[in-house]
Design a protein. Structure first.
Lengths: 698, 555
C-alpha cells in the first residue's frame, strides 16, 4: 500500500470538544479538526479522514496504518454512563468498593460526600470460595451458589459482569471457573475477571479496576466495532490500532477485551508527542507541559520514555483532590493534572486571597472576553488584559475577544473586593495559576527525586505558550521548546508510539527468601503475556524488554520502582537486587538503611517495539537577530514591572531568526510569551526554542 | 499599583510556604516505617518565625498535631537557649508534654539561617515504630514503663550528629534500624524545607520573613474573627460518657463564646485513669481546636494567628490534662471523642450545623500471632511470629442534611489497610470485612453503618488480641430525634462474648468477630424520605423489619 512509494499513516484523537485527525505521508504531515460527535463518535473520525485525505491528496485505501485514541472511556466513567453491571465477589467482601480506604480526602469539610461505588450494593453478589495469600485454596468455590447467582443475573437484565475474588492475582482458578459457569448459563454476556484485567495486590484497587472494565466494555466494544466497520466500508483496508494508557499500541481486539486500558490515551499521546521532540533535540530530560481549557498536565520524560506508574485515579469528584476519584490499577503514563487552564476562574477567598480554579468556564460560556455570557474572570481574561493575547487575532481572528467584558468581570470578582485595579488583579490571577502549576511540578519532581533545573520544558496545548516561560522561571528551567501546530499534539503522538504492552502482577517475595527459579518462572509468564499483546501489531519488529520490581524495606508501606537486569536470574541475585534497591532508595531519600529485609510486592515486564531512530533536528547555522516596530506593553512578573515587548507573527519567522525577550510571538491558536529572561530562536523543524539569555553560546 | 503588586507577591509566597510544608510531610509519609504514619498520615510539618510562632502548617491525616506543634517550637527555643542556636543545628524531643502527647511521636526542629542570620525554624513530627518500654498499648501505670523519653536536646550541632544520642536510642528500642532511619528522615526533611525556603527568598528577593508573617497573621486572624463575630455569645455546655478502660469516663465541657474568643473548659471531667488512656492538655487542645475549626472556620489555614482565638483549659490531673508521670501512650482514644463533646455544645449554640455523634474512636486491631508448639503450617506456608496492626472505622454521625459516612474515619484521617496486604504481613486470614447491616442510627438522616470483621489464625498458629475498643456500652447518640447507632461488640464466631478491653487469646479453631459501632441518626426517623428508605432496603443497609420498627415505614 502507501502512495507514491511512501507510507500513509493516520492518527485520530477524540477529545471532549474536537476530534483531531492527522495524516502523515512520507515526511509530510497534514492535520484537521472536526467537532466531536457524541452520539456517533466514529462519524467525526470518518469526516475528518475524508477532509485530511483530500488535503493530502491520497485516498483512504492508501492508508497503511490507522491509530486511534479516545477520551470516550474516561468520559463514560466520569459521567457514569455504562452498562448495567453485576459484580460477583468473595463472601465477606461485598463492600470493598464501597468502603474504599475508610478515609476522607478532605479533613475539614463536615459535609463531605464520598464518591459512590461504580456498582451499588444491590448489584454486588457474593459467593463462597476462598484463596489464601499463599495461593492455597482455603474453601472450594461454591458452584451451586454461582448457578443461583447466574439465574439472578439473567433475571436482573444485566449486560456485563465483573468478577473479583480475594487473592486472585496469585491464584486465578476460582475466577476462571466462575467465568466458565456464568458463560455456560448466559450466552453472550460480557465478563471481565480481575486476574486478567489487573492482577495486582490490593483488593480495593483491583476490584474497582475490573468493575470499571466491565462497566465500559459493552459500550466501547460496540463503538470500536462500528468504527472498524465504517473505516473498512469507506475503503480503508489496513488494521486499526489503539493507543493505550501506558503509551503503546494494541490491537482493537485487545482494546475490546480490556477497554480500561484506553483510559487517558489522549494525554498519553501528548506525552509521546513531546518525547518525540525530545529525541529530535537529543534531550534526555524533559518536562512536558500541556495546558488546555480546564486543566494543565505535567509529565516527566527521560531517555525518550515518559514516566509510567502502575496505578492512577480517574473521575476525581472534589477539586481534583487526590483520593476523590476511582483508583484504576493499570500501567499508565504518569501525569500530574491540576485544575488550571485558560478557562479556570479567578475568585477571592475569605482570607482575601486570590484563588484560581478548579472551577472552569469551560468552552461554554467560556471566559468573559468570549462575550458568550461568562461573568467571571478566567485566566484567558487575565492574559488578555495583560496584553499577552491579541484581541483581534485570537484563534486566527475567528473569535473576537471583548476586553470590556473581561474588564468588568475582573472588577466584579476581584478588583472591587480587594481594592485593586484590573491590571493588578489580572497579574494576581496569572501569578497564582502559574504558582499552582509550578508547585505541582515541584512536588512531582520531589516525589521522583529529580532536580527540575536539569530539565528542558516542552509546552503544547492552547494556553501553554502563554504561561510556559514564566513557569520555567519559577522552576529555574533554562530551555523551553514550543513545537508548531501543537493543537493536535496527541494525534501526532499516536503516530510516534511504539507497539508495546506492560504486564504487571502482584507477587510477594522477601529477598531473604529469594528463589531464582520462582522468579524466572514469574518473569516468563509476564513476558509471554506482554509479548502476546505487543506482537499483535509488531510481529516482525524487534522488541525490547524491561523488567521492573516494586520494592520496599519490610515494614514500609510505600514501594519504589527498581529497574532489574534484563536476563535470567541466578541464585546469588538477591545481593544484586538489594544493591539496586539501595542505590535507588538512596537517590530518592538520601540514605539507605542497614540490617533490614527487603520485600518485592509487584513485578512488571514491559515489551515494546524499538523506537525508530529519530533524525536529529539540524541545528540552525547563523542566528539573525530580528526586530519589530510593533510593540506592546506586557507585564514581566519576575521583574515586577511592565515592559515594552516586540511583537512578531510566528509564520513570518524563518529558521535562525533570533528574538530577544521581552517579546510576543503570535500564531493563530495562541501566543508565545518570551519574558525578559529568555531569547527565542526559530528552529529548522518550526519549533521555537527559548533559552536563558547569556547562558548558551551555541 | 505597587501596594497591590506587593499584595499579590505576598499571596504567592504564602501559597509557596504551605506547599513547602506539605512537601515535607509527604516525604515523611513515604519513608516512614510506622503504620500509623503511612496509613494515617500521622505526621506534621510546619514553618515558624524567629520567635517560634507558626506561620504555616501542612494539613495531614491527623488532627492530633493541630497547634500541638504550634506550641512545641517555643518550648525548644526556651530550652536550647537562643544564644546556642547555630546554623546546621537540629533539635529533638519525644516528651509528651513538650511535643504531641505521647512518646511515640518524635518532633524535630531545625533553625533556618540566611546569610548567617536566623530567619525562622522548620519543625516536623512523626510517629515511630517503637520507643521501648512495654510496647504500644494502654497497660503501663506510669510514663517510665511506656518507653524512653528524650528531653529537648540537640540531635545535631553545626551539622554534626550526636552519635551518643543515637547509641542510647539504638539500645533502648525494638526495631532500632527503623527508628533511627525515621529520625534521620525527620531531621533531613527539615533541611529540605529550609532549602525550598531559600529558593523562594531568592526568587522574591527578600531577606527575612517578618513582613510575610505579618501579612499571613493579619489576614488569618481577620478572617477567623469575622466568623466568631457572627456567633451568639454565651456559655454552652455538653457532656459525653464513654466506656473508658477501667470504668466509664465522662468528659464535661463548657464553651464560652464571645465575639473574639472561644474558651473550652473541661472542668468536671473524670479523674486520671490508672492506664495509658490519659490525655496531656496539648493533645486535648489539638482535637478541641480541630472540632471548633471544622465547624466554625474550616477554610482558614492553621497558623499562630488563626489558632489564637481558641483557648482550651482543664484542671490539672483530670483525664484531659494528665501531667507527668501519668501514662499517656494511647491518648488518641479519648482525643478522638472530643469533637463529639464539642459538637454537642455547638449544637446548643447554633442548631443544624454539626453532625450527630459517631463511632469516633478508631478500632485499632492489634494482634500478636505465633506458632503453636508442634504446630504444622499448611502446604506452601511457613510458621512465623508477627505483630499485626489494622485500622478500622465504624460509622460517622448523620449530618443535618446528609447521611453519616459508613465505615469511615472521623475525626481521625486514617486509612484502612488492604486485607490482602495484611495477610502477607502475618499468618492470619481475614474472612470478612464488610458493612454491618442495620447498625446506622435511625433518623431522617441515617447514621453511617459500622462494619463486621472476622479473623482467624492460619494453620499451626495462635493469635491474641490487645483489645481497646470503645462505644460498646455507650453507643453514639442521635441528634434532634435521631436514634443512637448500634453499640460495638467483640465476640467469637460461636457467639461467645469477649471483653472489649485487654489481652485475650483466640482459640485455634475459632474466629474473632468484631462488630464496629454505627453512627447516630439525625432528625425524626419517620421523616426519612421514602425514596431513601426504598434504597436502604434494596441495598440491605436496613432490613424490612427495622424499617417498620424504627422508621414506621410501610412498603
Amino acid at each position: 500500500m502507501g502512495y507514491n512509494n511512501q507510507s500513509v499513516r493516520v492518527g485520530a484523537d477524540i477529545g471532549g470538544t474536537f476530534t483531531d485527525v492527522v495524516l502523515e505521508h512520507g515526511s509530510d504531515l497534514y492535520t484537521t479538526k472536526v467537532l466531536t460527535n457524541n452520539s456517533n463518535p466514529e462519524q467525526a473520525i470518518i469526516d475528518g479522514l475524508y477532509k485530511v485525505t483530500q488535503i493530502a491528496g491520497v485516498g483512504i485505501e492508501h492508508v497503511d496504518q490507522f491509530i486511534h485514541g479516545t477520551t470516550l472511556a474516561t468520559n463514560s466513567l466520569i459521567e457514569r454512563r455504562g452498562a448495567d453491571t453485576a459484580f460477583i465477589t468473595t463472601s465477606g467482601f461485598r463492600d470493598v468498593i464501597e468502603m474504599r480506604t475508610e478515609g476522607r480526602f478532605e479533613q475539614y469539610d463536615l459535609n463531605l460526600s464520598l464518591p459512590p461505588p461504580l456498582i451499588s450494593r444491590e448489584h454486588r453478589y457474593v459467593v463462597d470460595g476462598r484463596i489464601a495469600a499463599s495461593g492455597r485454596e482455603l474453601v472450594p468455590l461454591d458452584e451451586a451458589g454461582l448457578l443461583e447467582i447466574a439465574s439472578r443475573i439473567k433475571a436482573g437484565g444485566y449486560h456485563s459482569v465483573a468478577i473479583g475474588f480475594i487473592h486472585s492475582y496469585v491464584n486465578a482458578a476460582h475466577e476462571r471457573r466462575a467465568r466458565e459457569i456464568i458463560t455456560a448459563e448466559i450466552a453472550d454476556i460480557s465478563i471481565s475477571i480481575s486476574s486478567e484485567v489487573s492482577p495486582q495486590m490490593r483488593e480495593f484497587e483491583r476490584f474497582n479496576t475490573v468493575c470499571a472494565n466491565a462497566f465500559i466494555k459493552p459500550l466501547m466494544a460496540s463503538y470500536l466495532r462500528r468504527l472498524v466497520d465504517r473505516f473498512h466500508a469507506e475503503g480503508g483496508n489496513c488494521p486499526v490500532f489503539m493507543m493505550h494508557s501506558g503509551g503503546g499500541l494494541i490491537s482493537v481486539d485487545s482494546a475490546i477485551e480490556f477497554p480500561v486500558r484506553l483510559l487517558e490515551s489522549g494525554p498519553a499521546g501528548g506525552a509521546i508527542y513531546a518525547a518525540d521532540f525530545a529525541a529530535g533535540y537529543g534531550l534526555d530530560k524533559v518536562l512536558s507541559y500541556d495546558m488546555g481549557g480546564t486543566t494543565a498536565k505535567i509529565c516527566m520524560i527521560e531517555d525518550r520514555m515518559p514516566k509510567t506508574a502502575r496505578t492512577f485515579e480517574v473521575a476525581r469528584t472534589y477539586r481534583f483532590k487526590k483520593g476523590s476519584g476511582m483508583p484504576v490499577s493499570i500501567p499508565v503514563i504518569e501525569m500530574v493534572e491540576i485544575g488550571a487552564g485558560g478557562g479556570s476562574l479567578g475568585w477571592v477567598d475569605e482570607m482575601n486571597q486570590i484563588r484560581v480554579g478548579p472551577e472552569s468556564a469551560g468552552s461554554e460560556p467560556g471566559p468573559a472576553c468570549y462575550g458568550r455570557g461568562g461573568e467571571n474572570p478566567a485566566v484567558t481574561d487575565a492574559d488578555l488584559l495583560l496584553g499577552r493575547i491579541d484581541a483581534e487575532r485570537f484563534a486566527g481572528g475567528d473569535i473576537r475577544l471583548d476586553s470590556g467584558n473581561a474588564e468588568s468581570a475582573m472588577h466584579r470578582a476581584i478588583g472591587r473586593r480587594l481594592g485593586m485595579d484590573n491590571e493588578v488583579a489580572a497579574i494576581g490571577i496569572c501569578e497564582v495559576v502559574d504558582e499552582n502549576m509550578a508547585n505541582a511540578a515541584r512536588v512531582h519532581a520531589v516525589e521522583n527525586g529529580k532536580e527540575l533545573a536539569d530539565f528542558t520544558m516542552i509546552a503544547y496545548g492552547g494556553a501553554a505558550p502563554l504561561h510556559a516561560s514564566r513557569l520555567c522561571e519559577k522552576l529555574d528551567i533554562d530551555r523551553l521548546i514550543i513545537p508548531p501546530g501543537a493543537g493536535v499534539g496527541s494525534a501526532i503522538g499516536f503516530l510516534r508510539a511504539p507497539f508495546g504492552f506492560e504486564a504487571v502482577r502482584g507477587a510477594f517475595l522477601r529477598l531473604s527468601e529469594f528463589d531464582a527459579d520462582w522468579t524466572n518462572g514469574l518473569i516468563a509468564e509476564l513476558d509471554a503475556e506482554a509479548q502476546r499483546f505487543a506482537q499483535a501489531g509488531a510481529a516482525d519488529l524487534a522488541l525490547v524488554r524491561e523488567i521492573k520490581a516494586y520494592m520496599r524495606y519490610q515494614g514500609q508501606g510505600w514501594e519504589i520502582v527498581v529497574m532489574l537486569p534484563n536476563r535470567k536470574f541466578i541464585d546469588g541475585d538477591a545481593a544484586e537486587m538489594r544493591r539496586l534497591f539501595e542505590a535507588e532508595y538512596e537517590r530518592l531519600f538520601g540514605r539507605a538503611l542497614v540490617g533490614l529485609d527487603i520485600e518485592i510486592m509487584t513485578w512488571s515486564v514491559q515489551v515494546r517495539s524499538e523506537l525508530a531512530e529519530k533524525e536529529p533536528v539540524t541545528p540552525v547555522g547563523v542566528e539573525k537577530p530580528r526586530y519589530s516596530d510593533e510593540r506592546r506593553r506586557i507585564y514581566d512578573a519576575r521583574e515586577q514591572r511592565f515592559v515594552d515587548a516586540a511583537v512578531f507573527q510566528r509564520d513570518a519567522l524563518n529558521p535562525g531568526d533570533l528574538i530577544c525577550g521581552p517579546a510576543v510571538v503570535i500564531e493563530s491558536e495562541t501566543s508565545t510569551i518570551v519574558t525578559n529572561r529568555y531569547q527565542a530562536v526559530l528552529q529548522n523543524d518550526g519549533c521555537l526554542l527559548l533559552r536563558l539569555k547569556g547562558k548558551f553560546h551555541d | 499599583m505597587t501596594e497591590g503588586l506587593s499584595n499579590v507577591h505576598m499571596q504567592v509566597m504564602w501559597n509557596r510556604l504551605i506547599a513547602v510544608v506539605e512537601e515535607q510531610a509527604l516525604t515523611l509519609v513515604r519513608t516512614a516505617f510506622s503504620t500509623s504514619v503511612r496509613e494515617a498520615g500521622d505526621v506534621s510539618a510546619g514553618v515558624f518565625d524567629r520567635e517560634g510562632l507558626m506561620i504555616a502548617q501542612a494539613v495531614t491525616g491527623t488532627p492530633g498535631h493541630v497547634n500541638a506543634m504550634a506550641a512545641a517550637v517555643r518550648n525548644f527555643i526556651e530550652e536550647i537557649g537562643e544564644d546556642k542556636v547555630f546554623e546546621g543545628d537540629s533539635y529533638v524531643t519525644n516528651d509528651p508534654w513538650k511535643g504531641t502527647g505521647h512518646l511515640h511521636d518524635f518532633t524535630f526542629v531545625n533553625p533556618s539561617f540566611r546569610n548567617g542570620r536566623l530567619v525562622g525554624y522548620f519543625a516536623c513530627t512523626a510517629h515511630v515504630v517503637d520507643v521501648g518500654g512495654r510496647g504500644f498499648g494502654p497497660d503501663a501505670s506510669e510514663i517510665y514503663e511506656e518507653g524512653i523519653l528524650i528531653p529537648i536536646m540537640k540531635f545535631a550541632e553545626r551539622g554534626v550528629v550526636d552519635l551518643s544520642l543515637i547509641n542510647i536510642i539504638r539500645n533502648n528500642v525494638r526495631e532500632a534500624e527503623q527508628v533511627i532511619g525515621d529520625l534521620y528522615s525527620l531531621s533531613s526533611c527539615n533541611d529540605t524545607g529550609h532549602q525550598r525556603l531559600m529558593d523562594m527568598m531568592d526568587e522574591f528577593a527578600i531577606d527575612d520573613l517578618q513582613a510575610l508573617r505579618d501579612f499571613i497573621f493579619e489576614n488569618s486572624l481577620g478572617a477567623t474573627l469575622e466568623h466568631l463575630k457572627a456567633l451568639p455569645p454565651g456559655s454552652y455546655r455538653n457532656e459525653l460518657t464513654v466506656d473508658g478502660y477501667d470504668g466509664p469516663v465522662t468528659m464535661k465541657l463548657r464553651l464560652d463564646v464571645s465575639g473574639e474568643t472561644v474558651l473550652a473548659d473541661f472542668d468536671g471531667s473524670s479523674g486520671l485513669s490508672s492506664k495509658g488512656i490519659n490525655v496531656p492538655l496539648i493533645y486535648t487542645t489539638a482535637y478541641t481546636c480541630y472540632a471548633l475549626k471544622c465547624a466554625l472556620a474550616p477554610q482558614i489555614p492553621n497558623n499562630h494567628a488563626s489558632l489564637s482565638p481558641f483557648r482550651v483549659t482543664a484542671p490539672k490531673n483530670c483525664i484531659l490534662n494528665a501531667v507527668h508521670p501519668a501514662p499517656v501512650a494511647i491518648r488518641h482514644v479519648l482525643g478522638q471523642f472530643l469533637p463529639d463533646v464539642v459538637f454537642g455544645a455547638l449544637h446548643k449554640m447554633i442548631p443544624g450545623m454539626v453532625p450527630a455523634e459517631g463511632s469516633s474512636a478508631l478500632w485499632i486491631i492489634q494482634l500478636g500471632a505465633s506458632p503453636i508448639d508442634g504446630g504444622q503450617p499448611a502446604d506452601g506456608e511457613t510458621l512465623r511470629s508477627s505483630q499485626i496492626l489494622m485500622f478500622n472505622s465504624g460509622g460517622s454521625g448523620a449530618r443535618p442534611k446528609l447521611d453519616g459516612l459508613s465505615a469511615t474515619a472521623f475525626p481521625s484521617g486514617v486509612h484502612t489497610m488492604s486485607s490482602e496486604i495484611t495477610e502477607h504481613t502475618g499468618p492470619i486470614t481475614i474472612w470478612r470485612k464488610e458493612l454491618r447491616e442495620g447498625s446506622g442510627g435511625a433518623g431522617a438522616q441515617r447514621g453511617g453503618l459500622g462494619q463486621v470483621i472476622e479473623i482467624s489464625a492460619n494453620p499451626g498458629h495462635r493469635i491474641y488480641i490487645n483489645a481497646m475498643f470503645d462505644r460498646c456500652q455507650h453507643p453514639a447518640r442521635g441528634r434532634d430525634g435521631g436514634r443512637p447507632g448500634a453499640p460495638g461488640c467483640v465476640q467469637l464466631d460461636d457467639g461467645s462474648e469477649l471483653s472489649s478491653k485487654g489481652r485475650q487469646t483466640i482459640p485455634a479453631e475459632r474466629r474473632l468477630v468484631l462488630n464496629l459501632p454505627g453512627g447516630g441518626g439525625y432528625g425524626d426517623p419517620a421523616n426519612r424520605e421514602r425514596a431513601l428508605m426504598e434504597q436502604d432496603i434494596a441495598r440491605e443497609y436496613i432490613s424490612g423489619q427495622q424499617a417498620s420498627d424504627d422508621y414506621n415505614y410501610q412498603p
